[in-house]
Design a binder for this molecule. Sequence first.
Ligand code: KG4
Ligand code: ZN
Length: 345
Amino acid sequence: MEDNKKDIIILAIESSCDETSIAIVKNGREVLSNVISSQIDIHRAFGGVVPEIASRKHIEVIDIVLDEALEQANKTLNDIDAIAVTYGPGLVGALLVGVSYAKSLAYTLKKPLVPVHHIEGHIYANYIEDKELEPPFISLVISGGHTHIVCVEDYGKFKILGKTRDDACGEAFDKVARTIGLKYPGGPEIDRLAKLGNKYAIDLPRVMIDTDNYDFSFSGLKSAVLNFVNKSNMTNTPFKKEDLAASFQQAIADVLVFKTIKACKENNLKILALAGGVSANSFLRQSIQNACDKEGIKLCVPSLKLCTDNAAMIGCAGYFEYLKDNFANLDLNAYPNLKLENIIN
Ligand code: KG4
Ligand code: ZN
Protein backbone atom coordinates (compact mmCIF):
# COMPACT_ATOMS: atom_id res chain seq x y z
CA MET A 1 0.00 0.00 0.00
CA GLU A 2 1.30 3.47 -0.91
CA ASP A 3 2.22 5.80 1.95
CA ASN A 4 -0.49 8.35 1.16
CA LYS A 5 -3.24 5.70 1.25
CA LYS A 6 -4.74 4.95 4.62
CA ASP A 7 -4.64 1.38 5.85
CA ILE A 8 -8.07 -0.18 6.28
CA ILE A 9 -8.41 -2.12 9.50
CA ILE A 10 -11.35 -4.54 9.70
CA LEU A 11 -12.56 -6.16 12.89
CA ALA A 12 -14.22 -9.43 11.87
CA ILE A 13 -16.55 -11.71 13.82
CA GLU A 14 -17.39 -15.36 13.09
CA SER A 15 -19.89 -17.34 15.19
CA SER A 16 -21.86 -19.43 12.69
CA CYS A 17 -21.27 -22.81 14.34
CA ASP A 18 -19.09 -23.89 17.25
CA GLU A 19 -16.12 -21.54 16.97
CA THR A 20 -16.20 -18.02 18.41
CA SER A 21 -13.60 -16.10 16.47
CA ILE A 22 -12.57 -12.46 16.16
CA ALA A 23 -9.80 -11.24 13.88
CA ILE A 24 -8.18 -7.93 13.04
CA VAL A 25 -7.25 -7.77 9.36
CA LYS A 26 -5.28 -4.99 7.64
CA ASN A 27 -5.98 -4.17 3.97
CA GLY A 28 -7.73 -7.49 3.42
CA ARG A 29 -4.75 -9.81 3.31
CA GLU A 30 -2.67 -9.08 6.38
CA VAL A 31 -3.89 -10.85 9.50
CA LEU A 32 -2.92 -8.91 12.64
CA SER A 33 -4.72 -11.37 14.90
CA ASN A 34 -7.08 -14.33 14.49
CA VAL A 35 -8.33 -15.57 17.86
CA ILE A 36 -10.45 -18.74 17.81
CA SER A 37 -12.24 -20.15 20.85
CA SER A 38 -13.45 -23.64 19.93
CA GLN A 39 -16.33 -25.40 21.67
CA ILE A 40 -15.49 -28.80 20.19
CA ASP A 41 -14.62 -30.36 23.55
CA ILE A 42 -18.06 -29.44 24.92
CA HIS A 43 -20.04 -30.76 21.93
CA ARG A 44 -17.98 -33.94 21.61
CA ALA A 45 -19.87 -35.51 24.53
CA PHE A 46 -23.09 -35.22 22.46
CA GLY A 47 -21.59 -36.53 19.20
CA GLY A 48 -22.30 -33.26 17.36
CA VAL A 49 -22.98 -29.56 17.81
CA VAL A 50 -25.88 -28.78 20.16
CA PRO A 51 -27.24 -25.45 18.84
CA GLU A 52 -28.56 -24.13 22.18
CA ILE A 53 -25.25 -24.80 23.91
CA ALA A 54 -23.34 -23.24 21.00
CA SER A 55 -25.25 -19.94 21.31
CA ARG A 56 -24.74 -19.77 25.06
CA LYS A 57 -21.01 -20.48 24.80
CA HIS A 58 -20.57 -17.77 22.14
CA ILE A 59 -22.14 -15.26 24.54
CA GLU A 60 -19.90 -16.40 27.39
CA VAL A 61 -16.61 -15.98 25.54
CA ILE A 62 -17.10 -13.29 22.91
CA ASP A 63 -15.94 -10.38 25.13
CA ILE A 64 -12.77 -12.25 26.07
CA VAL A 65 -12.10 -13.17 22.43
CA LEU A 66 -12.47 -9.51 21.43
CA ASP A 67 -10.01 -8.32 24.09
CA GLU A 68 -7.51 -10.98 23.07
CA ALA A 69 -7.86 -10.15 19.34
CA LEU A 70 -7.25 -6.42 19.97
CA GLU A 71 -4.33 -7.12 22.29
CA GLN A 72 -2.60 -9.52 19.88
CA ALA A 73 -3.03 -7.02 17.04
CA ASN A 74 -1.81 -4.19 19.27
CA LYS A 75 -4.89 -2.15 18.33
CA THR A 76 -7.74 -0.44 20.15
CA LEU A 77 -11.36 -0.13 19.03
CA ASN A 78 -10.56 3.42 17.88
CA ASP A 79 -8.23 2.01 15.19
CA ILE A 80 -11.03 0.01 13.54
CA ASP A 81 -12.50 1.20 10.21
CA ALA A 82 -15.35 -1.29 9.88
CA ILE A 83 -16.96 -4.30 11.55
CA ALA A 84 -17.43 -7.39 9.36
CA VAL A 85 -19.63 -10.25 10.50
CA THR A 86 -20.85 -13.63 9.25
CA TYR A 87 -24.64 -13.29 8.82
CA GLY A 88 -25.26 -16.72 7.27
CA PRO A 89 -25.43 -19.59 6.65
CA GLY A 90 -25.15 -21.41 9.97
CA LEU A 91 -27.02 -22.04 13.21
CA VAL A 92 -29.43 -19.18 13.70
CA GLY A 93 -28.85 -18.71 17.44
CA ALA A 94 -25.08 -18.89 17.01
CA LEU A 95 -25.13 -16.43 14.10
CA LEU A 96 -27.32 -14.02 16.07
CA VAL A 97 -24.71 -13.71 18.82
CA GLY A 98 -22.07 -12.50 16.33
CA VAL A 99 -24.51 -10.33 14.37
CA SER A 100 -25.88 -8.61 17.51
CA TYR A 101 -22.37 -8.08 18.86
CA ALA A 102 -21.21 -6.63 15.53
CA LYS A 103 -24.22 -4.32 15.38
CA SER A 104 -23.58 -2.95 18.86
CA LEU A 105 -19.91 -2.34 18.05
CA ALA A 106 -20.81 -0.63 14.75
CA TYR A 107 -23.38 1.53 16.50
CA THR A 108 -21.12 2.50 19.39
CA LEU A 109 -18.04 3.16 17.26
CA LYS A 110 -20.09 4.80 14.47
CA LYS A 111 -18.37 2.55 11.92
CA PRO A 112 -19.82 0.69 8.93
CA LEU A 113 -21.21 -2.82 9.36
CA VAL A 114 -20.17 -5.24 6.59
CA PRO A 115 -22.24 -8.44 6.13
CA VAL A 116 -20.22 -11.48 5.03
CA HIS A 117 -21.39 -14.83 3.66
CA HIS A 118 -19.64 -17.64 5.54
CA ILE A 119 -18.74 -19.57 2.38
CA GLU A 120 -17.44 -16.44 0.69
CA GLY A 121 -15.19 -16.19 3.76
CA HIS A 122 -13.93 -19.75 3.31
CA ILE A 123 -13.04 -19.01 -0.32
CA TYR A 124 -11.31 -15.74 0.67
CA ALA A 125 -9.01 -17.59 3.09
CA ASN A 126 -7.03 -18.25 -0.09
CA TYR A 127 -6.37 -14.52 -0.61
CA ILE A 128 -4.72 -14.46 2.81
CA GLU A 129 -2.69 -17.57 2.13
CA ASP A 130 -1.55 -16.55 -1.36
CA LYS A 131 -1.00 -12.79 -1.57
CA GLU A 132 -0.73 -12.96 -5.38
CA LEU A 133 -4.01 -14.81 -5.96
CA GLU A 134 -6.48 -12.93 -8.16
CA PRO A 135 -9.78 -14.02 -9.72
CA PRO A 136 -10.84 -15.73 -11.93
CA PHE A 137 -10.29 -19.20 -10.51
CA ILE A 138 -12.18 -22.35 -9.58
CA SER A 139 -12.84 -23.07 -5.92
CA LEU A 140 -13.81 -26.39 -4.41
CA VAL A 141 -15.74 -25.59 -1.24
CA ILE A 142 -15.95 -28.59 1.08
CA SER A 143 -17.21 -27.94 4.60
CA GLY A 144 -19.53 -29.44 7.19
CA GLY A 145 -22.54 -27.86 5.47
CA HIS A 146 -21.45 -27.29 1.86
CA THR A 147 -19.95 -29.01 -1.15
CA HIS A 148 -19.76 -26.63 -4.10
CA ILE A 149 -17.66 -26.16 -7.19
CA VAL A 150 -17.62 -22.42 -7.68
CA CYS A 151 -16.21 -20.25 -10.44
CA VAL A 152 -14.89 -17.14 -8.69
CA GLU A 153 -15.28 -14.69 -11.56
CA ASP A 154 -14.31 -11.59 -9.62
CA TYR A 155 -14.20 -10.31 -6.03
CA GLY A 156 -17.69 -11.04 -4.71
CA LYS A 157 -18.86 -12.50 -8.02
CA PHE A 158 -19.51 -16.23 -7.92
CA LYS A 159 -20.99 -18.71 -10.36
CA ILE A 160 -22.03 -22.01 -8.81
CA LEU A 161 -21.06 -24.76 -11.27
CA GLY A 162 -22.20 -27.68 -9.13
CA LYS A 163 -23.14 -28.73 -5.64
CA THR A 164 -24.17 -31.68 -3.55
CA ARG A 165 -27.69 -32.96 -4.02
CA ASP A 166 -27.89 -34.32 -0.48
CA ASP A 167 -25.28 -34.51 2.30
CA ALA A 168 -22.28 -32.19 2.43
CA CYS A 169 -18.86 -33.75 2.17
CA GLY A 170 -17.94 -32.96 5.80
CA GLU A 171 -21.27 -34.35 6.94
CA ALA A 172 -20.39 -37.66 5.23
CA PHE A 173 -17.03 -37.71 7.04
CA ASP A 174 -18.73 -37.02 10.38
CA LYS A 175 -21.51 -39.60 9.89
CA VAL A 176 -19.16 -42.36 8.71
CA ALA A 177 -16.86 -41.61 11.65
CA ARG A 178 -19.77 -41.93 14.04
CA THR A 179 -20.78 -45.26 12.44
CA ILE A 180 -17.39 -46.73 13.28
CA GLY A 181 -17.30 -45.24 16.77
CA LEU A 182 -14.91 -42.32 16.23
CA LYS A 183 -15.30 -39.13 18.21
CA TYR A 184 -16.74 -35.84 16.91
CA PRO A 185 -15.72 -34.15 14.65
CA GLY A 186 -15.10 -37.21 12.53
CA GLY A 187 -13.14 -35.67 9.64
CA PRO A 188 -9.79 -35.32 11.44
CA GLU A 189 -10.26 -38.77 13.04
CA ILE A 190 -10.81 -40.46 9.66
CA ASP A 191 -7.84 -38.53 8.28
CA ARG A 192 -5.61 -39.86 11.10
CA LEU A 193 -6.89 -43.46 10.95
CA ALA A 194 -6.76 -43.69 7.15
CA LYS A 195 -2.99 -43.22 7.20
CA LEU A 196 -2.76 -46.68 8.78
CA GLY A 197 -5.21 -48.41 6.41
CA ASN A 198 -5.39 -49.99 2.97
CA LYS A 199 -7.40 -47.77 0.60
CA TYR A 200 -8.05 -50.71 -1.77
CA ALA A 201 -9.43 -53.00 0.96
CA ILE A 202 -13.14 -52.15 0.69
CA ASP A 203 -15.02 -51.50 -2.53
CA LEU A 204 -17.19 -48.38 -2.19
CA PRO A 205 -19.18 -46.51 -4.90
CA ARG A 206 -17.91 -43.38 -6.69
CA VAL A 207 -21.36 -41.80 -6.75
CA MET A 208 -22.20 -39.50 -9.71
CA ILE A 209 -18.65 -39.60 -11.09
CA ASP A 210 -19.99 -40.28 -14.61
CA THR A 211 -22.75 -37.67 -14.67
CA ASP A 212 -22.43 -34.86 -17.16
CA ASN A 213 -22.49 -32.07 -14.57
CA TYR A 214 -20.52 -30.84 -11.56
CA ASP A 215 -22.95 -32.08 -8.92
CA PHE A 216 -22.20 -34.53 -6.12
CA SER A 217 -24.07 -36.97 -3.91
CA PHE A 218 -22.65 -38.34 -0.69
CA SER A 219 -25.64 -39.99 0.98
CA GLY A 220 -25.26 -43.12 -1.21
CA LEU A 221 -21.63 -43.49 -0.16
CA LYS A 222 -22.64 -43.02 3.47
CA SER A 223 -25.32 -45.75 3.08
CA ALA A 224 -22.80 -48.07 1.40
CA VAL A 225 -20.49 -47.68 4.41
CA LEU A 226 -23.40 -48.31 6.79
CA ASN A 227 -24.45 -51.44 4.85
CA PHE A 228 -20.88 -52.71 4.87
CA VAL A 229 -20.58 -52.23 8.64
CA ASN A 230 -24.00 -53.85 9.33
CA LYS A 231 -23.22 -56.82 7.09
CA SER A 232 -19.83 -57.30 8.74
CA ASN A 233 -21.48 -57.26 12.17
CA MET A 234 -24.26 -59.67 11.15
CA THR A 235 -21.93 -62.15 9.49
CA ASN A 236 -19.35 -61.80 12.22
CA THR A 237 -16.69 -60.77 9.72
CA PRO A 238 -14.39 -58.30 11.43
CA PHE A 239 -12.86 -55.46 9.42
CA LYS A 240 -10.16 -52.92 10.17
CA LYS A 241 -11.50 -49.43 10.83
CA GLU A 242 -8.29 -48.11 9.30
CA ASP A 243 -9.12 -49.86 6.00
CA LEU A 244 -12.65 -48.50 5.99
CA ALA A 245 -11.39 -44.97 6.70
CA ALA A 246 -8.80 -45.21 3.90
CA SER A 247 -11.26 -46.72 1.38
CA PHE A 248 -13.90 -44.10 2.21
CA GLN A 249 -11.42 -41.25 1.76
CA GLN A 250 -10.28 -42.69 -1.57
CA ALA A 251 -13.91 -42.92 -2.80
CA ILE A 252 -14.56 -39.29 -1.81
CA ALA A 253 -11.26 -38.05 -3.25
CA ASP A 254 -11.82 -39.81 -6.61
CA VAL A 255 -15.10 -38.00 -7.19
CA LEU A 256 -13.99 -34.60 -5.86
CA VAL A 257 -10.75 -34.62 -7.83
CA PHE A 258 -12.35 -35.81 -11.09
CA LYS A 259 -15.15 -33.25 -11.11
CA THR A 260 -13.02 -30.34 -9.91
CA ILE A 261 -10.29 -30.89 -12.48
CA LYS A 262 -13.00 -31.24 -15.14
CA ALA A 263 -14.41 -27.85 -14.03
CA CYS A 264 -10.96 -26.23 -14.35
CA LYS A 265 -10.38 -27.69 -17.81
CA GLU A 266 -13.85 -26.98 -19.21
CA ASN A 267 -13.71 -23.38 -17.95
CA ASN A 268 -10.13 -22.86 -19.12
CA LEU A 269 -8.94 -21.88 -15.67
CA LYS A 270 -5.51 -22.85 -14.46
CA ILE A 271 -5.95 -21.93 -10.80
CA LEU A 272 -7.81 -24.00 -8.21
CA ALA A 273 -8.39 -22.89 -4.62
CA LEU A 274 -9.59 -25.24 -1.89
CA ALA A 275 -11.91 -23.96 0.83
CA GLY A 276 -13.71 -25.21 3.94
CA GLY A 277 -12.93 -27.55 6.81
CA VAL A 278 -12.61 -30.74 4.73
CA SER A 279 -9.78 -29.17 2.75
CA ALA A 280 -7.73 -29.77 5.91
CA ASN A 281 -7.79 -33.48 4.94
CA SER A 282 -4.23 -34.56 4.23
CA PHE A 283 -5.08 -37.33 1.75
CA LEU A 284 -7.39 -35.08 -0.23
CA ARG A 285 -4.83 -32.27 -0.33
CA GLN A 286 -2.24 -34.67 -1.69
CA SER A 287 -4.65 -36.26 -4.24
CA ILE A 288 -5.70 -32.86 -5.57
CA GLN A 289 -2.09 -31.65 -5.64
CA ASN A 290 -1.07 -34.70 -7.72
CA ALA A 291 -3.93 -34.15 -10.18
CA CYS A 292 -3.14 -30.43 -10.47
CA ASP A 293 0.56 -31.16 -11.11
CA LYS A 294 -0.42 -33.50 -13.91
CA GLU A 295 -2.72 -30.92 -15.53
CA GLY A 296 -0.50 -27.86 -15.01
CA ILE A 297 -3.01 -26.28 -12.63
CA LYS A 298 -1.82 -24.08 -9.76
CA LEU A 299 -3.33 -25.24 -6.46
CA CYS A 300 -3.95 -22.87 -3.55
CA VAL A 301 -4.64 -24.48 -0.20
CA PRO A 302 -5.19 -22.45 2.97
CA SER A 303 -3.11 -23.39 6.01
CA LEU A 304 -4.94 -25.62 8.50
CA LYS A 305 -6.02 -22.73 10.75
CA LEU A 306 -7.51 -20.88 7.78
CA CYS A 307 -9.35 -23.99 6.45
CA THR A 308 -11.67 -24.46 9.40
CA ASP A 309 -13.90 -21.73 10.80
CA ASN A 310 -12.03 -18.53 11.69
CA ALA A 311 -12.67 -14.78 11.56
CA ALA A 312 -9.59 -13.82 9.51
CA MET A 313 -11.28 -15.17 6.37
CA ILE A 314 -14.37 -13.08 7.24
CA GLY A 315 -12.13 -10.02 7.65
CA CYS A 316 -10.62 -10.61 4.22
CA ALA A 317 -14.03 -10.96 2.54
CA GLY A 318 -15.25 -8.00 4.62
CA TYR A 319 -12.45 -5.83 3.26
CA PHE A 320 -13.38 -6.45 -0.38
CA GLU A 321 -17.08 -5.84 0.41
CA TYR A 322 -16.03 -2.63 2.26
CA LEU A 323 -14.26 -1.41 -0.88
CA LYS A 324 -17.58 -1.81 -2.72
CA ASP A 325 -19.43 0.12 0.05
CA ASN A 326 -21.46 -2.99 0.72
CA PHE A 327 -22.72 -1.99 4.14
CA ALA A 328 -25.67 -3.27 6.17
CA ASN A 329 -28.07 -1.28 8.32
CA LEU A 330 -28.44 -1.95 12.01
CA ASP A 331 -31.51 -4.10 11.27
CA LEU A 332 -29.23 -6.78 9.75
CA ASN A 333 -30.61 -10.24 10.54
CA ALA A 334 -29.03 -13.71 10.63
CA TYR A 335 -29.89 -16.02 7.71
CA PRO A 336 -29.34 -19.70 8.56
CA ASN A 337 -29.92 -20.86 4.96
CA LEU A 338 -28.25 -17.99 3.11
CA LYS A 339 -27.21 -19.05 -0.39
CA LEU A 340 -23.99 -17.93 -2.03
CA GLU A 341 -26.14 -16.83 -4.97
CA ASN A 342 -28.04 -14.42 -2.69
CA ILE A 343 -25.30 -12.45 -0.96
CA ILE A 344 -26.24 -8.84 -0.30
CA ASN A 345 -24.72 -6.70 -3.04
O1 KG4 B 1 -15.63 -25.33 7.41
P1 KG4 B 1 -15.85 -26.00 8.71
O2 KG4 B 1 -14.87 -25.77 9.82
O3 KG4 B 1 -17.27 -25.65 9.28
C1 KG4 B 1 -18.37 -25.48 8.44
O4 KG4 B 1 -18.54 -24.37 7.89
O5 KG4 B 1 -19.08 -26.50 8.25
O6 KG4 B 1 -15.95 -27.57 8.38
C2 KG4 B 1 -16.19 -28.52 9.37
C3 KG4 B 1 -16.09 -29.88 8.72
C4 KG4 B 1 -16.47 -31.02 9.65
O7 KG4 B 1 -17.36 -31.87 8.95
C5 KG4 B 1 -15.14 -31.71 9.93
O8 KG4 B 1 -15.27 -33.10 10.17
C6 KG4 B 1 -14.40 -31.44 8.64
O9 KG4 B 1 -14.72 -30.12 8.31
N1 KG4 B 1 -12.95 -31.60 8.77
C7 KG4 B 1 -12.25 -32.56 8.14
C8 KG4 B 1 -10.90 -32.44 8.56
N2 KG4 B 1 -10.82 -31.38 9.44
C9 KG4 B 1 -12.09 -30.88 9.54
N3 KG4 B 1 -12.64 -33.51 7.27
C10 KG4 B 1 -11.72 -34.36 6.81
N4 KG4 B 1 -10.41 -34.32 7.19
C11 KG4 B 1 -9.97 -33.37 8.04
N5 KG4 B 1 -8.68 -33.34 8.39
ZN1 ZN C 1 -17.19 -23.09 7.83
